[in-house]
Structures are given as structure tokens and as C-alpha cells.
Write a protein that binds this ligand. Structure first.
Ligand code: NAD
Length: 379
């Protein structure tokens, strides 16, 4: 077993949603050790959390700039090699850019930045750095999502006709209907979240899933947002018609006010020979349908799956693996890339996915604001 990769964490403290997913995922395949962090803008809170999870306090830093400054003073074989950026959206760009500029690899939460302009600057910084950059569209790590990608590449669906991706949640209902509460969450604050709430937070996952699985690119879109209240500047629901390469059409539906929905990401892909249906809340079942055959259900860990899919399972078939394992698969791919080992380009989303995602988010806002016009994405 090669030496563990020295991992730093930014954000993702005890008070966060996503921190535990990254911490557990980084441990799952025994590739990483967390050696430094700034978990929280409040130094005392950050230190208290480090104590709670038993990380030595000498490399818990008061802020991000100090982390970079102090780590650069350490010899290279002790220094943090890769940092996970798990803060609210507006901090992704300055943190990721400074990390790349100073020779660190980066694992970054989505949306990659708060604008396409920032995304392009980050892309240039990444190119100049020669470092690994991964964007954690978590759901691409599921074995059955990888299986869809590989089967589509192998032509199992034939020519694709239509794609329908949906990401429905209901959690913002509790907040959005209360005028006072609306100003308390960063996801509804354009200064912290960027120009979109719903599409930027979850619609972008559905967009990435469409491009990841089909290997096609969205060429143009038309979007209709719902803001629900006049004083709310951020979308909480949106429907996007998409036109892809090669006469493929489809829809991306996304909502944070879909009452009763939890984490309802699902995708259907219809081709001339067969179709796929997959749901995040039941990730170990991939339904394959056709007009002439009975429905098949593919499951992880069986020899009939692709190499990329099988690489994402650790236990024999029938032992359910889930969201922690999906993120762990992304961390595994990143470890291979950092170590200069061979890896499949489906193992983790990249800078290009981040730029595409920001292009998508901005296009949806532009379309909806201009009375639902078609907007082209960069080719
Ligand atoms: N991949 C996914 O499926 C997924 C799921 C949820 C969230 N996310 C993304 O993860 C990011 C964080 O989301 P969350 O829901 O965990 O947010 P959160 O508000 O729950 O947590 C944010 C964390 O960042 C810390 N933080 C804030 N400012 C900081 C600073 N200046 N320095 C250091 N730490 C700071 C906070 O203390 C907190 O620990 C967002 O960009 C979000 O879009 C991704």
C-alpha cells in the first residue's frame, strides 16, 4: 500500500451538511489522511471540532490564507497535498485558485464557482498548475451510474432520442414561505450562493448526470424558473428544455419546493433499442427497458457489469453500498490521478465539468429572466 495522501479540509465542519460525507469517503479506500484543516471561520469552533474527531491541533488554522502560508513553510513530504473545498459556493473560487496557484491538488464541491467568468479563470489557473482538480458531482460515483455511461458508450441503447433528468427536494418549503427565515440561509443569498439557488445547487447535478451518462453535450436550453415570492431573488424551482448534439432533446426538472420529496434525483434515457431508468434513492437498481423484451434490472457487483462499474464496488453483490461509497469512488479516482496511476476518465468529474456546469447555470438564469428564450451553451 503506498503512503497515504495528505488531505486538508476547508469548511465541512461539525455544523455542515457535506463534511461528514467527504471525511468518511476519504477514509473508505485507505488512501488519505486528514492532516490539516480550517473547518469553520471561527477558530475556536474549528479547533473544538478537530478535537472531537481527533485531528492534531497543530495544523488546524485560523483561516484559509494562514493554512496556505503555514503549509508552504513545511517540507514537501509533510505538506498537505490535496485540499477539499467544502465551504459555501462563493468561497470555492478564491480558495481553489489560490490552492492551484500554490501547487496543491484540489477536490472542490459544486457548483464550482459563482460565475462562468470565474470558472474560466480557474480553468486557466488549473492548466498552468499541472495539478489534479476534481469536482464532486457525488452521484457519478455510483456503480449503476457508471454502468449507464459504459453501456451507452457500447451502443446498448442505440441512438439516443430523449433524456429526462429530475432532481426534486422539498426542504426549502420550511424556509421560503416565511419572510423572516428567507434571509437566514446562504443558499437563498446571491452573495453566497451565486445567481441561482435551485439550479445552482441541484439542477446542476442533473445536468452533469445527463452529460456524464450520455457522453453528449447540451447545446442550448430554455428555462422557466419559479421564485414563488416577489421579494425572493433566487429560483427555488425550474424546468429546463434541452437540445443536445445529434437531435437529442430532453428536459431537466429541478425543485426545492417539491413537497415531500427528499433527494429525488432520477434519470431516464431513451434510445432506439432500449432505455435506462435510475433513481438516486434506490441507487443499486438500474432498469433497462425495451419495446420487445421483458424489463431487466442490473445490480452492482455482478460480472456482467463494466470494469468502471465493478471498480466502484467493494463487497460481493447483494451488500448494498450507498452515497458514502459513491463519494469514496471519486476520492479513489483522485488518489490514482495524484499518484500518477492510470485511471478511467469516468472516475471523477473534472474542471471541464465545472465550466460546463457554470455555463448551464448562467444560461438557465438568462433564459428565464428574458421570458424563456432559447440560450446557446458554449460549444
Ligand atoms: N456534492 C453534493 O452532493 C453536495 C451536497 C450538499 C452540499 N454540497 C456543496 O457543498 C458546499 C457546502 O455545502 P453544505 O451544505 O455543507 O453547507 P453548510 O452551510 O452546511 O456548511 C458549510 C461549512 O463551511 C464552513 N465555512 C463557512 N465559511 C468558511 C470559511 N471562511 N472558512 C472555513 N470554513 C468555512 C462552515 O463553518 C460550515 O462548516 C456547497 O458548495 C454545496 O453546494 C454538495
Amino acid at each position: 500500500m503506498p503512503k497515504k495522501i495528505r488531505l486538508g479540509i476547508l469548511g465541512g465542519g461539525g455544523d455542515s451538511l457535506i463534511g461528514v460525507l467527504h471525511r468518511v469517503a476519504s477514509h473508505i479506500n485507505d488512501n488519505y489522511q486528514i492532516v490539516g484543516a480550517c473547518f469553520n471561520p471561527d477558530f475556536a469552533v474549528s479547533q473544538a471540532f478537530a478535537k472531537e474527531i481527533d485531528i492534531p491541533l497543530n495544523r488546524i488554522y485560523s483561516d484559509f490564507d494562514t493554512l496556505v502560508e503555514e503549509e508552504l513553510k513545511l517540507p514537501e513530504d509533510k505538506r498537505i497535498q490535496v485540499c477539499s473545498v467544502l465551504t459555501p459556493n462563493f468561497l470555492h473560487f478564491p480558495m481553489a485558485k489560490k490552492l492551484l496557484d500554490n501547487g496543491f491538488h484540489v477536490i472542490c464541491e459544486k457548483p464550482m464557482t459563482t460565475s462562468l467568468e470565474e470558472a474560466k479563470i480557474l480553468q486557466a489557473a488549473h492548466k498552468a498548475s499541472g495539478k489534479v482538480f476534481a469536482l464532486t458531482h457525488t452521484y457519478t460515483g455510483y456503480p449503476m451510474v457508471r454502468q449507464m455511461r459504459e453501456m451507452i458508450k457500447d451502443g446498448v441503447l442505440g441512438k439516443i432520442h430523449k433524456v429526462d433528468a429530475k432532481y426534486y427536494q422539498g426542504w426549502i418549503n420550511e424556509i421560503i414561505h416565511d419572510k423572516d427565515k428567507r434571509s437566514t440561509v446562504w443558499r437563498l443569498d446571491p452573495k453566497k450562493a451565486g445567481i441561482s439557488s435551485c439550479m445552482g445547487d441541484i439542477g446542476v447535478h442533473a445536468f452533469n448526470m445527463v452529460e456524464y451518462t450520455t457522453g453528449l453535450r447540451v447545446a442550448s436550453l430554455l428555462c422557466d424558473f419559479n421564485y414563488l415570492y416577489e421579494d425572493n431573488q433566487m429560483d427555488v424551482d425550474g424546468t429546463v428544455l434541452i437540445r443536445m448534439d445529434d437531435h437529442v432533446k430532453g428536459v431537466i426538472r429541478s425543485s426545492q419546493v417539491a413537497t415531500g420529496e427528499e433527494n429525488g434525483l432520477a434519470i431516464s434515457i431513451y434510445g432506439e433499442k432500449a432505455s435506462f431508468h435510475w433513481e438516486q434513492e434506490n441507487p443499486n437498481f438500474l432498469y433497462v427497458k425495451s419495446d420487445t423484451q421483458p424489463m431487466q434490472v442490473f445490480k452492482p457487483g455482478h460480472a456482467y457489469n463494466s470494469k468502471l462499474s465493478l471498480d466502484g464496488t467493494k463487497l460481493p453483490a447483494g451488500h448494498p453500498e450507498g452515497i458514502f461509497d459513491s463519494m469514496a469512488n471519486i476520492y479513489l479516482g483522485v488518489a490514482r490521478a495524484i499518484r500518477g496511476e492510470a485511471y478511467n476518465d469516468g472516475e471523477f468529474p473534472t474542471m471541464e465539468d465545472g465550466v460546463r456546469g457554470m455555463n448551464f447555470i448562467e444560461a438557465t438564469v438568462e433564459s428565464s429572466k428574458n421570458n424563456n428564450v432559447w440560450v446557446k451553451l458554449l460549444s
